[in-house]
Design a protein around this ligand. Structure first.
Ligand SMILES: [Ca+2]
Ligand SMILES: [Ca+2]
Length: 275
């Protein structure tokens, strides 16, 4: 389970809890809300110090106007209150989910678990525009990109990930589709003939690979993803999602995405900013 706090100019607070706690106010959640309230009081005191002066409330000539000001300020603060979002993700084989540069959830089933297909649901609170980040990994035994190496089942292995995000009313606010931008950071093997090698060795013969470091701050709102490619959408038939996929009621707009090659793109970063 992950909890996280982030402070940035555009957002106030971000809290995360597993879906089984959906609607339940955790202690951490209450602390976050309390800190937000203290922050609000501090801002109010800086901007409108007379609100904290008792004589102001005793002055009947100004009370109506200033009372309305106070009311307006309170309403504004309430409008900026964090909203709760619910996220469903299914990945072949593993994922990390980020909000505004913070990792808020990861697949609870280790990528080294054979056939680690499963859906995950969690929720988070955030206010203001949010940037969604999804790191997804297809299992690979090593940098050959292969799995079941040395067995009759030696193969490339393939990926695929899908996510949907709803607000507290249950309205869809984001889904994985071609509007996401993705960067492939691990591709192997560069020649699929590697899968037929009797002794595949990473970096040799057909088993070359490319791997780049995860860009710093790749999931933050300000990150420049203009050089990233649009996510590639794949059909259910292409990915054949299983184990947990059918446990989620996916909206028809949510699509399975990945890099340009389902088999050789082994780690992908994808992101989307929403208002
Ligand atoms: Ca693969
Ligand atoms: Ca896989």
């Amino acid at each position: 389970m992950f909890f996280s706090l982030v402070e940035s100019p555009a957002e106030s607070v971000l809290t995360v809890h597993r879906i089984r706690e959906w609607g339940v106010s955790t202690t951490r959640h209450k602390v976050v809300k309390f800190l937000g309230f203290i922050r609000f009081l501090h801002i109010a005191y800086t901007v409108l110090p007379y609100l904290f002066d008792i004589s102001f409330y005793l002055d009947s000539t100004v009370i109506n106007k200033r009372f309305l000001t106070a009311l307006l300020l309170t309403a504004t603060a309430q409008a900026a209150q964090a909203e709760t979002y619910r996220v469903d993700v299914w990945a072949d084989n593993w994922f990390e989910f980020h909000i505004n540069g913070e990792r808020v959830a990861e697949d609870s089933v280790s990528i080294t678990t054979e056939r680690s297909f499963n859906a995950e649901s969690f929720s988070f609170d955030a206010s203001g525009p949010i940037t969604l980040g999804l790191m997804a990994k297809d299992f690979k035994e090593n940098d050959t990109g292969l799995e079941y190496i040395g067995t009759r089942r030696q193969q490339l292995g393939d990926g695929g990930v899908i996510a949907q995000i709803k607000n507290s009313n249950g309205d869809i606010v984001a889904v994985t589709d071609a509007t996401w931008r993705c960067l492939v950071i691990h591709t192997a093997p560069l020649d699929k003939a590697c899968a037929d090698e009797s002794n595949p060795v990473a970096g040799e013969g057909s088993c070359q690979f490319t791997a780049i470091d995860t860009p710093t701050d790749w999931s933050t709102p300000d990150f420049d993803d203009s050089q990233w490619l649009s996510a590639i959408v794949y059909s259910e038939q292409a990915v054949s999602p299983k184990h947990g996929y059918d446990d989620i009621a996916w909206t028809s707009e949510a699509e399975l995405i990945w890099g340009p090659d389902l088999e050789t793109n082994n780690t992908v970063l994808c992101r989307l900013s929403i208002d």
